[in-house]
Design a protein around this ligand. Sequence first.
Ligand SMILES: O=c1nc[nH]c2c1ncn2[C@H]1C[C@H](O)[C@@H](COP(=O)(O)OP(=O)(O)OP(=O)(O)O)O1
Ligand SMILES: [Mg+2]
Length: 198
Amino acid sequence: MKEIVVATKNAGKVAELAAALAPLQIAVKSVSDYGAIEEPEETGTTFTDNALLKARYYAQATGRACLADDSGLEADGLGGEPGVYSARFAGPGATDRANNEKLLAELNARPGAARTARFRCVLAFCDTNGQVLTADGTCEGIIIEEGQGSGGFGYDPLFFMPEYRKTLAEMTVAEKNAVSHRGRAVQVMVKQLAGYFS
Ligand SMILES: O=c1nc[nH]c2c1ncn2[C@H]1C[C@H](O)[C@@H](COP(=O)(O)OP(=O)(O)OP(=O)(O)O)O1
Ligand SMILES: [Mg+2]
C-alpha cells in the first residue's frame, strides 16, 4: 500500500506537510496513528543530521516509510542563533511563547543589531529498506518587535515577510506553504516522492 507517515510531534508541521503531500494521492498518516512513540533525542549539529536521525528513528519505530522535518530560525543579529537549537532556545521543553520572548529579549539587548532572519527546513524521507531522500528550503524575513497573527506555530507571529506585508502567522496554511522554508522543501520532496511511488 502506498502510504507515508509524517514523522513529527509538531501538529503545525503535520498540517502543513499533509496539505502539501495531498497531490501525491497516497495515504498520509501521522506518528500518533502508531501508538505512543517516545521522541528521539535530537543530537545532531545540523538540520540534515537531525532530519535523517528522526526519519530513521520513526521508520524503525513504525515499520513504515517516514518523512521527518528538522527546521529552525537563524537570526542575523544573533550570529545565526538559535538555529538547530530553535525548539530548545529558552530551555529543554520550552514553549513557543517562551522561545519568542527570549528571541525578542536577546535582540532587544543588542540595539542596532540586524533584525533580518531566515527559516531553514530539511526534510528527510526514509523507507523500511533504509532508502533515503532529502530536500531543503529557506525563507527570508524580519523579526518584528511584537507578535502579529494567530496562525501557524513557533516563531511565526514574529516573522514578517515584507513582500507579503504579513507575518507567517497571518497566512493560511496554503499561503504559508507557497512561501515558507517548509513549503519550498516539500515541493522538492513531492517531486522525488512522485518518482519513488510510481
Ligand atoms: O514554520 C515555522 N514557523 C515557526 N517556527 C518554526 C517553523 N519551523 C520551525 N520553527 C521553529 C519551531 C521550533 O522552535 C523549531 C523546530 O524544531 P524541530 O525540532 O525541528 O521541531 P519540533 O521539535 O517542533 O517537532 P519534531 O522535532 O517532532 O518534528 O523551529
Ligand atoms: Mg524537535
